[in-house]
Design a protein around this ligand. Structure first.
Ligand SMILES: Cc1cc2nc3c(=O)[nH]c(=O)nc-3n(C[C@H](O)[C@H](O)[C@H](O)COP(=O)(O)O)c2cc1C
Length: 173
């Protein structure tokens, strides 16, 4: 797994993503670790132009990449079943991003929790309404996907700051 080459990609080629690849992303999300093994995360796939375009405007900033996204996966979690729903859903979302990178796809996290739509409504509510998602589901984010149409450098040793690592006591290097 190449952790250093994964970057947030916000411009995608107009090439559809193969269903097999989307299934690979969903498979890793579905086996992600969850607190108390609650396994309460679920995923809503937007895999055609009409559905992806319906998401435009769900967030009032930092979501311009939805314009060229070829697919999106909405990450939701049953908050009644999982005390650790934020953590569980975040791990699943990152697993999708890592697997996407491995498969040659670019991805970007579009945060929806506690964000607002272009109409000033809570992004979670807009998402629930658009997708008929029941109220008990918490909505964390969308992972936007597509073949990259921008290049970004890999992370290197220069980006790694071991000053943030302590041994045994805070500040002990
Ligand atoms: C919790 C979380 C929320 C994020 N929300 C957004 C977002 O709404 N829009 C966006 O463009 N990027 C979003 N990102 C991506 C970050 O901006 C990105 O990961 C960061 O700038 C580092 O860049 P890299 O992913 O290329 O390493 C989010 C990332 C995380 C982990």
């Amino acid at each position: 797994m190449d952790f250093y080459g994964r970057r947030s990609i916000r411009k995608y080629k107009n090439i559809p993503i193969e269903k097999e690849k989307l299934d690979e992303l969903l498979k890793v999300a579905l086996v992600s670790p969850t607190g108390h093994n609650a396994r309460a995360c679920e995923f809503i796939v937007f895999d055609n132009e009409k559905d992806v375009k319906s998401l435009i405007g769900i967030k009032n900033s930092g979501a311009g990449f939805l314009e060229t996204a070829q697919a999106c996966i909405g990450v939701i979690c049953d908050g009644e079943k999982a005390m650790t729903w934020v953590e569980d859903a975040s791990i699943a979302a990152y697993a999708i991003q890592l697997k996407a990178h491995e498969l040659g796809l670019g991805s970007c996290w579009c945060h929806l929790k506690e964000r607002q739509s272009v109409d000033g409504k809570p992004s979670e509510e807009v998402f629930r309404k658009l997708t008929n998602t029941p109220e008990k589901y918490q909505v964390l984010c969308l992972i936007a996907l597509g073949y990259p149409d921008e290049e970004k450098p890999n992370y290197t040793e220069e980006n790694i700051d071991f000053e943030k690592v302590s041994y045994g006591k805070y500040g002990r290097r």
